[in-house]
Design a binder for this molecule. Sequence first.
Ligand code: CP
Length: 324
Amino acid sequence: MRIFQHVQDIGDLHVALAEAQEVKRDRYQWQHLGKNKTALLIFFNNSLRTRLSTQKAAMNLGMNVIVLDVNQGAWKLETERGVVMDGDKSEHLLEAIPVMASYCDIIGVRSFARFESREDDYEEKILQQFIQYSGRPVFFMESATVHPLQAFADLITIKEDWKGKTRPKVVMTWAPHPKSLPQAVPNSFAEWMLAADVDFVVTHPKGYELDPQFVKGARVEYDQMKAFEGADFVYAKNWSCPGVTHPEDYGKVLHDYHTMMDWCVSARQMAVTNNAGFLHCLPVRRNMIVTDDVIESPRSLVIPEAANREISAQVVLKRMLEAL
Ligand code: CP
């Protein structure tokens, strides 16, 4: 594997899920693969889970790990070509990428949507430059449009909880948030659920329709309570307007969140499910996205879900090491 961005990059999902369980059984059995190999993890944005779980996964494989927080201690990077660099940015990404690549074998990058241009975000302008100019395998640690390490961990968690029974109903619900959040997590979750053997439903208020490249084929239900009926898993997440029908609204919060609090996942909605497991990628704002009682309930899967981030990252790094 040279690039990890979309669900297709992991190949057959049954094989990938079986490999995840093999990693879980003994995560240290491939230490020879990472000997004298270095992973460079580059963060343009904050992280708790991605940083720790990916670092741990690389160490499980015997790799050396370098973590760089671009905005804390490194030179501020210009990302546009043609700019007269007379401002606060001292280095251009086009030099920085090959320099960073010269110190490592595999690169992971986190670079969120900037909401300055829908086109730039959806073309993955930053990550594409890493792919083009690094000459190294590149895996996405949440980009402008996707968070595949999260979606893979989500699928592992659903599979483990569901224990091989027939097609579960998985509902992804929008929930309120005071700030503008990217669409990377819901995009990837939709992409991965549509590729998996599940009955997938998306529910959100009108105006938050996700980009068809990720949700094509998914059932969209605007009535949240109706969507929750009989659900086996509920995945909550906020996202800002994807700007599919109104590009001028891209990245906006369309309603005052105080008027949308009915969408916060509570015992009221969970009562109509099939004792659904509750998932969220974390970090989560309690009593905005989900109530205390739901996230603390025995059916809350958020902690095993976060723990599975180590496993998804290890499968991806292992595949990349095997292909070096
Ligand atoms: N879920 C997730 O990616 O968490 P972090 O932002 O803390 O890495």
